[in-house]
Design a protein around this ligand. Sequence first.
Ligand SMILES: [Fe+2]
Ligand SMILES: [Fe+2]
Length: 280
Amino acid sequence: MRKRKSRRKTGCPRPTAAPEGNWLTRAPTLKRKAILLAKIQDEAGHGLYLYSAAETLGVSRNQMVADLLNGKAKYSSIFNYPATTWADIGAIGWLVDGAAIMNQIPLCRCSYGPYSRAMIRICKEESFHQRQGFDILVTLCNGTDEQKAMAQDALNRWWWPSLMMFGPGDKDSKHSAQSMAWKIKRFSNDELRQKFIDVTVPQAEFLGLKVPDDDLEFDESTGHYRHGEIDWQEFVDVLAGNGPCNRQRMAKRRKAHDDGAWVREAARAYAEKHAAKDAA
Ligand SMILES: [Fe+2]
Ligand SMILES: [Fe+2]
């Protein structure tokens, strides 16, 4: 009983649920389940490519994993929001993977080889993720009133966190100047956010959904959408560990790591046995 109460207070529906994992067993059809499973597999791969790229800078993977688990390493703020309905899986693919593509396409041509090469494959896979999300929403929006309302509710909850994925506004972004100088970053946070809004608003219109921003307006003179104020306090709070699911998601991550200890041990023992055999 107490648990349920605190869950409601934090807005995180389940103490342990990661967004896609939570819906994998609840996917509405076998086909949707297979597609979601493929997406999850891709995402695990993205983690591995990026850890490999980071290892070339001289940090060990064990160190990076330890930093993540003890809260030292940062991860994207978006992973701290709950996925409460099946429509969220659609909205996450459409908006979160969509925003990731916007960020990552320019990185395919950044100045650091290991990073740019990893990004080329990641972007191909992200575009499939974006399509799977949009396809879920197309289906819901052509369904019953209740399904369409579910899609609208998911858009309402994911729109602003997706815009925050591009990071703080240019004038408040601490690391941008350095990353631009090194040609790691090729477009500013605000430029990428604007591009994302410009391509995504017409997609929302196609779905017949309303973007939850009363100040959103197409500016004929610039050819871009003007948007309302982003609640940066929310962004700061989520980054500081106070998002709706921060604690639950980190606890889940640590538990998965602990539960998997025997697999790592077995793999190590197997590798050592073979190394000894080869040496003999
Ligand atoms: Fe990814
Ligand atoms: Fe993705």
